[in-house]
Design a protein around this ligand. Structure first.
Ligand SMILES: *[C@@H]1O[C@H](CO)[C@@H](O)[C@H](O)[C@H]1NC(C)=O
Ligand SMILES: *[C@@H]1O[C@H](CO)[C@@H](O)[C@H](O)[C@H]1NC(C)=O
Ligand SMILES: *[C@@H]1O[C@H](CO)[C@@H](O)[C@H](O)[C@H]1NC(C)=O
Ligand SMILES: *[C@@H]1O[C@H](CO)[C@@H](O)[C@H](O)[C@H]1NC(C)=O
Ligand SMILES: *[C@@H]1O[C@H](CO)[C@@H](O)[C@H](O)[C@H]1NC(C)=O
Length: 536
């Protein structure tokens, strides 16, 4: 072990070498799963569906050797893990070559300056519809105060909508230019109706880390007879506010505290789709260890289809300015509202047909992957893979066209991004490599006057935000992480059919302090095939 550590220390010695290492070996296989009661072929990690949780502490180095035992190329991406100075590890096709069938690749992640609740998922094709996802938690270092007492236990709760069709059939529908049908159900930790089961002891308080790892629907989460206190959102400790139900949009993660303060029986845990007709609902069970009766009564109902309830809830979730984040200093000591933005990017989605096939776009460009990961093309200076500037800073209003869209951004700039949603569905956007301040959201069209209502004091910093139907959401981002970063819809069919692009955060500096060199073990593919990474 010591020798292995030494070897790794030498091999990966960059930046966080003094911080602890944690090693994982994952075997990714197909296997039978029965989430809705019928057999399906799932994607398992070490035989598990969902996959194992990653437990880590701020600044830990996480070394994960992933063996791809599927019959298709495979990649894992780390939702919310910033991979600072190291977009090569982001695990999306724009940054990282797929792991060929029968081969392995070792991810080298560092949980640099992060705390909180996140998840990982398979990023290629439509693998996410088959599993391969799991929770990631980053605990605070021992001496950094956490603004609530240690919970009695800490559970990962992955909720998401689910199809009975397998990922190859779903992908074939999309490749054929069609939209996917409505999902067949909702899962809680990979289980359908009454399958998920959590045991609690009366009087104790538990932390639940809830992530929506689904494909297309916002979900509402609630527990019969119990309140939930939101304490953390994607790495931000929040003002502790209590809710009887919580909207978790695609790709989002929340930590809540739940106290088992009711009489000893079993209670329903419910996850149901939002803003849909029909509403898909699934239940799990919160079981009191001293319970003397099974779940009873109807499961609690969710909020109405009106968006105001959800919008008001979103606005009520704020940063606890005096609490510590990953560092001992209070989260409020970074006064994001006092920094002038130097650029405004307005992004608007659209849906339509290109060459008779369904596509989705951002500012009229429907992203198509290149034959080579963009980050590798950048590193090896391979021309003709992508063009910076192939997507504009504002909606063009034009028809949808296909391109490998990459937007330039200056390293260390502080910018405003406005997501404009002129469609009548709810959207959810994720930016890899960053967390951003969600300064405002409202119905109607965004105008510069909308800035008057921004929250410039205690907005939460997170990596995934919803945009309500016919509404806008504005974020502020400090572009302090050099690399090629995916900005994407978390509505997975839309992402697959083009509603995404890459933000190339660029500096002319070649210092390792700004960006790490390509990892020595990086796979090469496409037009980068045969190129050498670095001499060992
Ligand atoms: C992965 O699991 C498969 C199926 O159980 C097995 O055949 C294979 O040897 C495993 N690979 C590794 C690297 O453990
Ligand atoms: C998906 O299901 C189809 C039948 O509907 C089957 O032919 C195919 O092999 C399955 N693929 C996987 C990866 O399970
Ligand atoms: C694949 O696994 C082997 C054996 O565990 C390891 O030595 C090697 O570095 C891995 N390959 C990559 C590309 O990570
Ligand atoms: C905010 O954090 C402080 C410092 O840890 C804590 O004492 C306080 O209870 C928190 N306030 C709220 C409203 O969450
Ligand atoms: C921000 O811009 C305002 C108005 O242009 C200016 O007065 C102020 O000094 C700027 N603040 C900073 C921190 O640069």
């Amino acid at each position: 072990m010591l020798l292995q550590l030494l070897v790794l220390f030498v091999a990966f010695a960059i930046g966080g070498a003094e911080d602890p290492y944690r090693f994982f070996t994952w075997n990714v296989t197909y296997g039978d799963i029965y989430p809705l009661g019928v057999r399906q072929q799932g994607i398992l990690i070490n035989g598990q569906f969902p996959g194992p949780d990653i437990y880590s502490v701020t600044n830990d180095n996480i070394i994960i050797n992933v063996f791809n035992s599927l019959d298709e190329p495979f990649l894992i991406s780390w939702n919310g893990i910033q991979n600072r100075r190291n977009s090569y590890e982001d695990g999306v096709y724009g940054t990282t070559c797929p792991i060929p069938p029968g081969k392995n690749f070792t991810y080298i992640l560092q949980m640099k300056d992060q705390i909180g609740s996140f998840f990982y998922f398979p990023s290629l094709g439509f693998h996410k519809a088959a599993g391969g996802f799991g929770g990631i938690r980053i605990l605070s270092r021992p001496r950094i105060p956490v603004p609530f007492p240690d919970p009695a236990d800490d559970y990962t709760i992955l909720i998401g909508d689910w199809y009975q069709a397998n990922h190859t059939d779903l992908r074939a529908i999309l490749d054929g230019g069609k939209k996917l049908p409505f999902p067949d159900g909702v899962l809680i930790n990979g289980r359908g109706l009454n399958g998920a089961f959590f045991t609690v002891e009366q009087g104790k308080t538990y932390r639940l880390r809830i992530s929506n790892i689904g494909l297309q629907n916002s979900l509402n989460f609630r527990i019969q007879g119990h309140k939930m206190t939101v304490v953390e959102v994607e790495g931000t400790h929040t003002v502790q506010t209590t809710y009887s139900s919580l909207d978790v949009h695609l790709g989002q993660s929340y930590s809540v505290l739940v106290t088992a303060d009711q009489s000893p029986q079993d209670y329903y845990i419910v996850a149901s789709t939002r803003f849909t007709t029909p509403i898909l609902t699934t239940t799990g069970v919160l079981h009191y260890a001293n319970s003397n009766s099974p779940v009873s009564g109807p499961p609690p109902g969710g909020p109405t289809i009106e968006i105001d309830w959800s919008l008001n809830q979103a606005r009520s979730i704020r940063t606890n300015l005096t609490a510590s984040g990953p560092r001992p200093n209070p989260q409020g000591s970074y006064h994001y509202g006092m920094i002038n933005t130097t650029r405004t990017i307005r992004l608007s989605s659209s849906a339509g047909q290109v060459n008779g096939k369904q596509r989705y776009a951002v500012n009229s460009v429907s992203f198509v992957p290149a034959d080579t990961p963009l980050k590798l093309a950048d590193y090896f200076k391979i021309d003709g893979v992508f063009r910076v500037g192939s997507i504009s800073d504002a909606p063009t209003g034009g028809g949808i066209y296909l391109d490998t869209s990459v937007m330039h951004a200056d390293y260390r700039s502080f910018i405003e991004i406005v997501f404009e949603n002129n469609e009548d569905i709810i959207q959810s956007y994720h930016l890899s490599g960053y967390s951003f301040f969600v300064v405002g959201m409202d119905g109607g069209q965004w105008t510069p006057a909308s800035r008057d209502q921004y929250n410039l004091r205690d907005a939460v910093s997170r990596c995934t935000t919803q945009v309500y139907p016919n509404s806008w959401t504005a974020i502020y981002v400090a572009l302090d992480n050099v690399g090629m970063w995916n900005l994407r819809s978390e509505f997975w069919a839309r992402q697959y059919l083009g509603q995404q692009f890459y933000l190339r955060v660029y500096t002319t500096s070649t210092s390792f302090r700004d960006e790490y060199p390509i990892p020595k073990n990086a796979l090469v593919c496409g037009r980068a095939s045969g190129r050498r990474t670095r001499p060992l």
